[in-house]
Ligand binder design. Structure first.
Ligand code: 3HC
Length: 414
């Protein structure tokens, strides 16, 4: 069992800066390393902003903020890495770049140092294989905004040791975050479930089933914290594009990206970071871009005028949760906890994960609706085998006291 006294974050982007704030807040020193000084400064500034907002709300004093900020240092070299205990890599989502970083880290960090990656969807085992310490390489996936979202997915690779897993779980709890262990698979848990929901929202928009704003509103009206387009603009349409393509490559047709995502990506409509995504953020770019792109997609695909419902978006998420469950990626409780703590998933009554939601709807209803949508909109809605098995066994959810989860209380006799 090793202890973590000093950490480092590679990459001063949105996530890097947020993660450094989280680590310093827990009282540990942290180095932000990037290849250019601008990015190092941006990362430090992002952390400063989070603290400044706490000071302005009276949640901490200026003096406390100064002390926390003194724990964060920046570098463009690997200075100070000779005694780091844990590194979190948060650079561009490209395997070649990440592998090069891991090779360098393997050389400059002490042999005992744990190397983690904040990748959204790439293989941890592949990153481990790029080092001479695959037993000490593990995924540590934070959620955006990192200072706020409680979840950290902990993803062991094929060769990650139990000691490394335990150390990283404990370190994460020490950051006042909630670690959930997830078996390695493309998109891990939250992105694997969130992206089919987002992708279906894009299909609905590009087919003219409803407008971007109507779809976002339908989602927040049901109690979710953000609509899918508002969220994508915050996360980065480029990030969603990359994750969706990785999922498509790994899982096949049911994850095929809606064309509108590719069009936004190609036009650099990447959301807040480029001033415009689905929505215009800074008032200087073409307000009608999304509308024109939608018209283009309709001309190319010949598909328009499909119908919209909230179920159309949430059922692909529930279906993917069933696939993840049948692959034993995580337990039913962990799946729901991850979606609540990592993506703020909720309904009108409060936080609620997709499996609890499915149990409330009734798994027979879920399967019937998926089959209806499959007939109307295509193969991506084909129900996961586990869902059908549960229905055949009479495990229909809350109404039979057994579905994805078990419910206490007597069954009402009719
Ligand atoms: N950075 C730092 N702090 C922030 C922040 C940011 N970007 N945005 C909001 N906050 C803080 C606020 O300051 C506030 O702090 P306080 O409680 O100390 O006053 C707190 O968060 C709540 O903020 P608000 O009251 O302004 O707003 P909301 O109640 O609407 O909550 C939210 C904001 C927590 C972001 C909520 O909208 C939410 O849960 N959204 C869903 C986000 C999500 O799904 N993220 C995961 C996406 S997937 C991902 O990241 C994986 C990647 O690989 C793609």
């Amino acid at each position: 069992m090793g202890y973590i006294y000093k950490a480092a974050v590679i990459g001063g982007g949105t996530m890097g800066g947020g993660i450094a704030q989280v680590i310093s807040f827990s009282g540990l020193p942290v180095i932000i390393k990037d290849i250019n000084q601008d990015m190092v400064d941006k990362g430090i500034e992002a952390a400063r902003q989070v603290y400044a907002s706490r000071v302005s709300k009276g949640k901490m004093t200026q003096n406390e903020m100064d002390q926390k900020m003194m724990l964060i240092s920046g570098t463009t070299t690997y200075e100070g890495f000779d005694d780091v205990d844990l590194v979190i890599e948060a650079v561009t989502e490209r395997m070649d770049i990440k592998k090069a970083v891991f090779k360098e880290l393997d050389e400059v960090c002490p042999a005992s140092c744990i190397l983690t990656s904040n990748t959204s969807a790439l293989s941890i085992s592949e990153l481990g294989a790029a080092t001479k310490r695959p037993d000490k390489v593990i995924g540590m996936h934070f959620f955006n905004p990192a200072p706020v979202m409680k979840l950290v997915e902990i993803i062991p690779g094929l060769e990650t040791s139990e000691d490394t897993i335990n150390d990283v779980m404990e370190f994460t709890s020490g950051l006042r975050k909630m670690p959930v262990r997830v078996e390695e698979c493309a998109g891990f848990l939250v992105n694997r479930l969130l992206m089919p929901f987002f992708n279906e929202a894009v299909f609905a928009a590009q087919e003219g089933a409803a407008s971007l704003r109507e779809i976002d509103k339908a989602v927040t009206d049901r109690g979710m914290p953000m609509g899918p387009f508002f969220l994508a603009d915050m996360l980065g349409v480029d990030v969603c594009y990359h994750v969706q393509h990785i999922l498509h490559e790994e899982y096949g047709t049911r994850m095929a990206p809606a064309k509108l995502i590719d069009k936004l990506y190609a036009a650099k409509r990447w959301g807040a970071k480029t001033g415009a995504g689905f929505y215009v953020q800074d008032g200087t770019q073409d307000e009608a871009f999304a509308e024109k792109a939608i018209a283009e997609v309709q001309a190319e695909t010949g598909i328009k005028g499909t119908s919209f419902s909230f179920e159309r978006l949430i059922l692909p998420m529930i279906n993917e949760a069933a696939y993840a469950l049948q692959e034993k990626v995580a337990s039913p409780n962990d799946i729901d906890i991850a979606m609540m703590a990592g993506a703020g998933m909720a309904d009108k009554s409060g936080p609620k994960g997709p499996l609890a939601l499915a149990d409330e709807m009734g798994l027979d209803v879920v399967v019937a609706k998926l089959e209806e949508l499959q007939a109307e909109l295509g193969e991506r809605f084909r129900p996961a085998p586990l869902l059908k098995r549960k229905v055949r066994a009479g495990h229909l959810g809350v109404k039979t006291r057994k579905g994805f989860k078990e419910y206490s209380g007597e069954l009402e006799t009719v």
